[in-house]
Ligand binder design. Structure first.
Ligand SMILES: Nc1ncnc2c1ncn2[C@@H]1O[C@H](COP(=O)(O)OP(=O)(O)OP(=O)(O)O)[C@@H](O)[C@H]1O
Length: 454
């Protein structure tokens, strides 16, 4: 309601009323006595009628005002304004004194304000749900943890034990050894399992986008940003778990921010000044030697200790070869279903893969099973199928007596480079797996005509 009232006394004249209405841009004036008791109301149409009827300008308003008024008390619901047949309703206290006036314009203005406020809350909510749903769908495909070795049994047992202690977990292990699988297990076995499990690969997102991805941004934080602002992954993980994969690749500036989140349990969106309280369980993972990175000063020591509350180390597959046969069976089931086959491994191939030093990790084994299902002709996948897959060029050429040792070594080198690149997806990781520098990997790849993107 409007409390800043312009009123007129009953003795006030038509001239004064016209002047007051024009000056204050109002369409009506409450007529009050010296104690501000409401006596009546004079409106623009009364004034117009008076002049049309040639009433003199000094006629007192008490002669024209309406006295049969709709009024409200301060406790009345403003919505009642829509129920009365007039556009403005004076508000009076229990002594009959006027304390304000409610007009339909007032109502529309306040509805408009409220609508804008609700709209922005709604937009923020919708954005939150949309993002959460996206991540939820991505994590829909849940898979079991397959193992037989006692080494993995210990890992799984520890993961289950810490699942319900809300402490931060740091999972260490080579690339493709199953760190994400264990992180998922921890979330699923924890009290937070009905909430979001948000995964983020810190090395997969460009450094300049990572901060807004993690912490979100307020509206207008930067050009090109969503105009309603955007929640970060931490907010989406609220009450649930966030899995920070490849934490060793987190840029230094964000290491400081993450440390603050861990300490204060709140975040600031980019461009924001109000903190948002968070209740998120953090699981981090890396294939890097974080302790060494701390020594080299490329990873903050304080953050390392905050993350390393419960370390879980996953041994590489070559150190737990008993897991290979059940993993093969599991991947056969998955990929047979995917490709519509019903193939099996010949027992000697399973023995061969279990006995020979397996060069990769679980991811490579999974890729190998997938490809063997696709390329093998029969329903039984044989050792020969595997040899054809892993070193086709060397195998064929071995039959040619005229190949020199240098050529043969070249062929082996080429197929190793190709396989590493295919398995690890980047020259950096492939080079690391082969124990050579990235520059040397790229040089060798060029020599063999392998495209690396450089
Ligand atoms: N014990 C397991 N049982 C079933 N599948 C597994 C197991 N371990 C790993 N995998 C599968 O192997 C692949 C690699 O596992 P995962 O992504 O968990 O490895 P990672 O250590 O997180 O890898 P990166 O360091 O590259 O992120 C995935 O497809 C995963 O489903």
């Amino acid at each position: 309601m409007t409390t800043n009232l312009v009123t007129i006394k009953p003795e006030g004249t038509l001239r004064e009323a016209t002047h007051l209405m024009r000056l204050n841009k109002v369409d009506a004036l409450p007529v009050v006595d010296q104690d501000y008791k409401l006596l009546g109301l004079i409106t623009k149409s009364h004034v117009l009628d008076a002049f049309l009827n040639n009433l003199p300008a000094d006629t007192p308003v008490k002669n024209l005002m309406i006295t049969e008024l709709f009024t409200f008390t301060p406790e009345d619901d403003a919505d009642k304004t829509w129920e009365v047949p007039v556009g403005r309703v004076p508000v009076v206290d229990n002594e009959g004194k006027i304390i304000g006036i409610v007009t339909r314009t007032d109502l529309i203005r306040s509805y408009y304000k409220e609508l804008k406020r609700l709209n922005s809350i709604l937009n923020e909510r919708v954005e939150n749900y949309r993002e959460a749903l996206k991540h939820f769908r991505e994590s829909q495909y849940q898979q079991p943890v397959i193992y037989k070795s006692s080494a993995m049994e210990q890992v799984v047992e520890l993961a289950r034990r810490v699942a319900d202690i809300d402490a931060t977990v740091l999972i260490l292990g080579e690339s493709g050894s199953g760190k994400e699988v264990i992180a998922t297990l921890i979330h699923q076995e924890s009290r937070r399992c009905t909430e979001n499990f948000i995964k983020i690969n810190c090395s997969a997102i460009p450094e300049n986008l990572l901060e807004s991805e993690l912490f979100g941004y307020e509206q207008g934080a930067f050009s090109g940003a969503n105009k309603n602002g955007k929640p970060g992954l931490f907010e989406l993980a609220n009450h649930g778990t966030i899995f920070l994969d490849e934490i060793g690749d987190l840029p230094q500036q964000l290491q400081a921010k993450l440390l603050r989140v861990l300490q204060d349990k709140e975040i600031y969106r980019l461009g924001g000044t109000t903190p948002r309280k968070l209740n998120v369980r953090i699981i981090a993972a890396t294939n890097k030697d974080l302790a060494q990175m701390v020594k080299n000063k490329t990873f903050r020591e304080d953050l390392y200790y905050r993350l390393n509350v419960i370390p879980i180390t996953i041994p590489p597959l070559r150190e737990r070869r008993e897991d290979i046969p059940p993993l093969i069976n599991y991947f056969l089931e998955v990929f047979n279903k995917k490709h519509g086959y019903n193939k099996i491994f010949a027992p000697e191939l399973v023995d061969f893969l279990t006995e020979q030093p397996w060069p990769g990790n679980v991811r490579e084994l999974s890729n190998t099973v997938d490809r063997l299902i696709i390329i093998s002709r029969g329903n039984i996948i044989t050792l020969e199928d595997y040899q054809n897959l892993t070193a086709p060029s060397t195998k064929i050429k071995e039959n040619h007596e005229d190949l020199s040792l240098a050529r043969r070594l070249d062929n082996v080198e080429k197929s190793l480079l190709l396989k590493a690149l295919e398995t690890y997806g980047s020259t950096r990781k492939a080079a690391k797996a082969l124990g050579i520098s990235q520059a040397s990997f790229i040089r060798k790849a060029r020599k063999h005509g392998i495209k690396t993107g450089f």
